[in-house]
Design a protein around this ligand. Structure first.
Ligand code: ASN
Ligand code: ZN
Length: 352
């Protein structure tokens, strides 16, 4: 069948009016959410509240995807966020780090919206299933889970699979989750501003705040303890893991706290980016004073460590060593960047 690539206009649910790339499907005689301008494509499908990954297209007559058409009871406008979010995620990896999709080989990014795991019940989650993106419709407190930081977070799991492949349990699982939150924040800032420079945009350190009518996030990178997550290794709210305390990973304990202990990684990245001084919450508290190096530098240090040094069973101490190695290679020993990396880890009680 014939296809034409075109730019459409989308009234997204969470990010206002955005230009998206679509395709005119001559078989359907409709525009569909297929972007063939990026890698091997970005496509967003409609599961129609079924429990199957069906490849049904969202469709539009005139390529102006308006709120009158899509902000209906089905929350279809959330699909426009998933499509735009995948495009911004692709652009972040390509334009900032020269990485061509999650596999660095142009892999098609497929998003499945309105998916259900259980019949007749909305899914209140989003996840990378090892091959594709999956988005549930949410409920009255957590709306359809397609905000840009969630898109960046979930595709971040795919990046991890193709790089460090951090095992999803114990400390390595918390680091895996932390990396996904870091990419979600960076992609939120990149999607809103088109670059990584400048003051981080409002709410960038909150995860999934757009899904809540009151702005309540799942987690905070600037203040993890506000939501019951640790900001310090082994400190308040830390889940003892199998790496240091014999925890046995299970679904009931979130694989030994992967969505909890990520707070340490998140807070390290926050401090490295914008700087902070104070007294930490380590078992033996100490003071710290870090001058931030900005998101362009902090994200490059984090990414190169994930790509080139970390392995499936890496611990927080390994991440410290890897990021110091990267910073030393990129800058100099005793450079402001190396000092900031060192002191940001010290602030979260990792290393000296
Ligand atoms: N949304 C969750 C995440 O990406 C799904 C999960 O628990 N795997 O971490
Ligand atoms: Zn995750």
């Amino acid at each position: 069948k014939m296809e034409m690539l075109v730019a459409g206009t989308a009234a997204t649910r969470y990010s206002g009016s955005k230009t998206i790339e679509t395709t005119f499907d001559t078989g359907l005689s409709k525009y569909v959410l297929l972007d063939n301008t990026r890698g091997n494509g970005i496509v967003t499908y409609n599961c129609q509240k079924t429990t199957t990954y069906q490849s049904t297209h969202f469709q539009d007559n005139d390529n102006n995807w308006t709120s009158a058409e899509f902000a209906n009871i089905n929350k279809d406008n959330g699909a426009l966020d998933a499509h735009w979010g995948a495009e911004m995620t692709y652009d972040f990896w390509q334009n900032i780090f020269g990485r061509n999709s999650f596999d660095d080989n142009g892999a098609q990014i497929r998003s499945y919206v309105h998916y259900r795991q259980v019949a007749n019940q909305n899914l209140v989650n989003a996840f990378w299933n090892g091959s594709v993106m999956t988005y549930g419709d949410g409920n009255s407190t957590v709306n359809i889970l397609t905000s840009i930081d969630v898109c960046g977070h979930e595709i971040g799991h795919a990046i991890c699979s193709y790089t460090a492949d951090l095992a999803y349990q114990n400390q390595s699982g918390g680091i895996n989750e932390g990396y996904s939150d870091i990419w979600g924040a960076c992609i939120e800032h990149y999607g809103r501003t088109g670059s990584l420079s400048g003051t981080p945009v409002a709410n960038v350190w909150k995860i999934a705040e757009d899904l809540s009518s009151t702005g309540t996030p799942f987690r905070s990178m600037s203040s993890p303890r506000t939501y019951g997550n640790p900001d310090t290794y082994l400190g308040q709210y830390w889940t003892p893991t199998g790496d240091e305390a014999g925890c046995v990973p299970a679904s009931g304990n979130d694989q030994c706290g992967v969505h909890n202990n990520s707070g340490v990684m998140n807070h390290w990245f926050y401090i490295l980016t914008v700087g902070k001084s104070g007294t930490n919450n380590a078992p033996v508290p100490d003071t710290y004073n870090v001058t931030g190096i900005g998101m362009a530098k902090s994200s490059e240090i984090a990414y190169l460590a994930e790509r080139d040094y970390l392995t499936p069973n890496s611990t927080y101490l390994d991440v410290r060593n890897a990021t110091l190695q990267v910073a030393g290679d990129l800058y100099c020993p005793n450079s402001p960047e190396v000092i900031a990396v060192t002191n940001a880890w010290y602030a979260v009680n990792v290393g000296e």
